[in-house]
Ligand binder design. Structure first.
Ligand SMILES: Cc1cc2nc3c(=O)[nH]c(=O)nc-3n(C[C@H](O)[C@H](O)[C@H](O)COP(=O)(O)OP(=O)(O)OC[C@H]3O[C@@H](n4cnc5c(N)ncnc54)[C@H](O)[C@@H]3O)c2cc1C
Length: 456
């Protein structure tokens, strides 16, 4: 089999590469290899009744398959260079924003029309935040919601399925450089192409490392973000979430001058389990459908941990901390803020007596046994800082779920075309370490497709 382009991974990066290539050159022969299932077959067996915890499926339905890690996400497309990745460092700020807007247009024409775009710039909250030592970052946020995000993916697949060849449940094991292209291996078979785009996301990060080792492509890795997911009554944050939906706020702690930031805010949403390589961490969702909204809002508070030589495996550090919470709680641990400050564990009784009804069935416990003191101190400080702009944030009954970990892929050495030291071999999306978000990953897909179209 010989293709013009082989795309490895059908997350946003891979999907938008395929979309752009086929939109501009429908005659191209494109193959997309995906380790997980097609969209409609992606079903996590955890139902809260028969299956309560992760049974370690061969590929995780939440992280793998058409739509990638973002398929069941809240579908927040942040159009900004302030966070979500460093794509702008490779392609320039203006180009990066233009591509993110272009991706938004595609989403709108594939089922997303009618969803709301929020913007933080020029809002009155910037001043209030500043007055309380908090920094509200600028961004436009398209909120698709988990339900509409799914519809957009369905429509994109409907458009692509007859134009590209999709191989589901087909993890690529190895990439070999040929004289005039690349050969990818799966099971006992292989396929060749002139160009190869690798877009394997966070779940493919370990595999990506082996590819880089095999081919001698330089990489570096030094960051992981650790913290908790906060859940509180939606009314406490409604003045912010009604206007901005998602507010990315950064606080510099007084004690250590560490930056603590809010991440992934889900107004009227739910807290969920997330499985990374068999380790259960916490995340959040929210739905556009009013029937699925809850009375709670959740968001993460994260502290970035950068490591210096000789330690290289920042993700392993994050995984070890998450494993600790899994060891103590059998999964995610939940604790009332009041219990944490009083230095005692939460119990089922204390959670039941609280005013915040948890949306995730987590094990009541003590997060101070899991998170390093410096990180926990930062989170406590930030909760009190947020309490000044959203009174009630630091209430005793506010729930903290742990741990939330944001893993960063090692950064692959790439040039300004996102091409490796091998001509025609591109690495995009979260798997490259360049992006950490839906909009940046998608934009990187479009960018590389356009680069390839110029050379093919
Ligand atoms: C629960 C959750 C909620 C999120 N919410 C948001 C949000 O609201 N906004 C936001 O901006 N970001 C969000 N994110 C992050 C966002 O989903 C990612 O940044 C984005 O999906 C990255 O896209 P990608 O294409 O680079 O990688 P991925 O989406 O991870 O896709 C990579 C694909 O490659 C496949 N793959 C891996 N290895 C191989 C292999 N060897 N062979 C073949 N296929 C392989 C995987 O199965 C996967 O489907 C969320 C993530 C999660 C987990």
């Amino acid at each position: 089999m010989k293709y013009d382009v082989i795309i490895i991974g059908a997350g946003p990066g891979g999907i938008f590469s395929a979309y752009e290539l086929l939109k501009k050159r429908p005659e191209l022969k494109i193959a997309v290899f995906e380790a997980g299932n097609s969209l409609e077959k992606r079903k996590c067996p955890i139902d809260g009744k028969k299956v309560k915890s992760c049974i370690k499926c061969p590929t995780c339905a939440i992280m793998n398959g058409f739509g990638g890690a973002g398929a069941f996400s809240d579908g927040k497309y942040n159009i900004t260079n302030d966070f979500g990745g460093s794509l702008y460092q490779y392609i320039g700020k203006e180009k990066a924003l233009d591509l993110m807007k272009y991706v938004d247009e595609i989403n709108m024409s594939h089922g997303g029309e009618g969803t709301k775009m929020y913007s933080t710039s020029g809002s009155e909250f910037k001043k209030i935040c500043m007055q309380n030592k908090l920094n509200l970052l600028d961004a436009s946020v398209r909120h698709l919601g988990t339900d509409i995000n799914y519809v957009v993916l369905e429509n994109l697949f409907a458009e692509l399925k007859d134009k590209a060849t999709f191989y589901f449940n087909t993890p690529i094991e190895k990439i070999e450089a040929l004289e005039d292209g690349y050969r990818v291996f799966y099971g006992k078979e292989s396929a060749d192409s002139k160009k190869c785009i690798v877009s394997v996301g966070r779940s493919g990060s370990k595999w990506m490392e082996t590819v880089c080792d095999d081919l001698g492509i330089p990489t570096r890795s030094n960051r992981v973000d650790l913290g908790v997911r906060v859940e509180l009554p939606a009314v406490i944050f409604s003045h912010l979430t009604d206007k901005l939906y998602e507010s990315k706020i950064v606080y510099r702690t007084e004690k250590f001058e560490d930056a603590v930031r809010t991440f992934c805010m889900n107004p009227n949403g739910i807290v969920v389990n997330e499985n990374t390589n068999g380790i259960v961490t916490v995340n959040g969702h929210s739905f556009e459908d009013p029937a699925r909204k809850t009375d709670n809002t959740n968001f993460a508070l994260l502290v970035a941990k950068h490591f210096s030589e000789p330690f290289k495996d920042s993700n392993e550090y994050g995984e070890s901390i998450a494993r600790l919470s899994n060891m103590l709680g059998g999964g995610v641990i939940v604790q009332r803020f009041g219990d944490l400050e009083r230095g005692r564990r939460s119990t089922e009784k204390r959670i039941l007596e609280g005013t915040v009804v948890p949306t995730l069935d987590a094990t009541p416990g003590d997060l101070s046994l899991v998170l390093p003191k410096r990180i926990l101190d930062g989170i406590i400080e930030m909760l009190h800082a947020l309490d000044k702009i959203a009174p009630g944030t630091a209430n005793d009954d506010t729930l903290l779920y742990g741990v939330e970990v944001k893993f960063y892929n090692m950064e692959v050495e790439l040039d300004n075309c996102l091409e490796t030291t091998y001509k025609g071999l591109y690495v995009i999306g979260d798997g490259s370490g360049v992006t950490h978000s839906l909009s940046h990953a998608s934009a990187s897909g479009v960018y590389v497709a356009d680069e390839i179209l110029e050379t093919l």
